[in-house]
Design a protein around this ligand. Structure first.
Ligand code: GTP
Ligand code: MG
Length: 345
């Protein structure tokens, strides 16, 4: 049961993959919203963050996820751009991740930024699964909206399911060429040793229950084994974007990946010339399921703990930079914290 759910850190799930393979669409499906429609030129150009609470995950996953089996409060999804020019943003997103979803279009297969994303995951040793997306585009596909994958397979003719299998085995082969032992997710016993491939459609929602179930299982195990989780210490985060916010001046959209930030905390933020020392004026939290990039209604909160996306309003943020570290000072020595921020720049 949910023994320590309040003290457990929300895992960060980075969504990576080649341009147009469906990262934002997949998150839109999970959010039940349409961020992709608001995107200029329909490509993602910034890192995004969306908090998905456990009850939403279990309602999508249906019978596959029993919320009583999980201690986690939910997942924080990080959307990244797939366009080749955004390499820095992809590595930044990858660096934040506890676990990841590599999205691959089943028809398009492995592409340059798929390989680039794999490299990022390899270097950071981030456990991940592959979402083999757009299965609804297999010719002759018979869609069952939001269905788990085994039921959706049963609804296909033999010809259609063999075509899908061929594409899936090609992806498994590509992963193996890159040194990853992979298989269809229902054949994988140990997700830290083998990469599970989950067939999905961001359009019809098929396989999305399976994807969320595997992510929950993977993160639960990973967070338990890899981390002694203490979310009460001084917060540590990364700036996603520096933005003007009406009534608040310059704000920083931040992913908090460790500890807490309080509305009365002093902060050190990486700046263009030197670290910025400032005091929080307001902590603005996006609503659950809202993408921080596009959210317009924030809730003012007194405290927030990792992992989460939070807009921070504070004086002197004009010189803050995307990608820069954010550190809470609280009871620590200010000079020490400044040095830590300098070391990360
Ligand atoms: P970047 O952020 O620019 O890297 O792209 P992305 O990976 O976020 O892809 P996006 O979600 O923007 O989707 C690209 C296109 O593919 C859009 O036109 C989507 O509607 C379409 N698409 C995404 N997923 C699916 C799917 O499962 N089935 C079908 N048929 N189309 C899809
Ligand atoms: Mg996108």
């Amino acid at each position: 049961g949910a023994r320590n759910s309040t003290s457990l850190r929300t895992p960060i799930v980075a969504v990576l993959g080649h341009v147009d393979h469906g990262k934002t669409s997949l998150l839109d499906k999970i959010r039940g919203s349409a961020v992709i429609e608001g995107e200029a030129g329909a490509i993602t150009q910034h890192i995004g963050a969306t908090a998905v609470p456990l009850d939403v995950i279990s309602s999508i996953a249906g019978d596959l996820v029993d919320p009583d089996d999980f201690d986690l409060p939910g997942l924080l999804f990080i959307d990244t751009p797939g366009h080749h020019s955004f390499t820095t943003l992809r590595s930044r997103g990858g660096a934040l991740a506890d676990i990841a979803i590599l999205v691959v279009d089943v028809n398009d297969g492995f592409q340059p930024q798929t390989l680039e994303a794999l490299d990022i995951l390899k270097r950071s040793e981030t456990p991940f699964i592959v979402a083999a997306n757009k299965i609804d585009t297999v010719p002759g596909w018979n869609a069952t909206e939001d269905s788990p994958i085994n039921a959706t397979y049963e609804a296909q003719t033999d010809r259609v399911s063999s075509r899908l299998d061929e594409s899936l085995y090609e992806i498994i082969g590509n992963l193996s060429d890159e040194g990853f032992s992979a298989d269809l997710y229902w054949r994988v016993q140990n997700f830290q040793r083998n990469v599970g491939v989950v067939p999905v459609s961001a359009m019809t929602g098929e396989g999305v229950p399976d994807l969320l179930t595997v992510m929950m299982g993977l993160s639960q195990r990973y967070m338990k084994e890899e981390m002694e989780i203490d979310v009460t210490g001084p917060g540590v985060g990364t700036v996603l974007e520096v933005k003007e916010e009406k009534g608040f001046g310059t704000t920083i959209d931040t992913v908090l990946y460790d500890g807490t930030i309080r509305a009365d905390d002093q902060l050190v933020v990486g700046g263009m010339n030197e670290p910025i020392v400032t005091d929080v004026r307001a902590l603005l939290q996006p609503r659950p399921l809202a993408e921080i990039r596009t959210e317009s209604r924030f809730e003012k909160v007194d405290e927030i703990s990792a992992a989460s996306g939070i807009k921070i309003a504070a004086p002197e943020l004009e010189d803050a930079m995307a990608g820069a570290p954010v550190r809470v000072v609280r009871n620590r020595d200010l000079d020490e914290v400044i040095q830590e921020v300098e070391a990360e720049l």
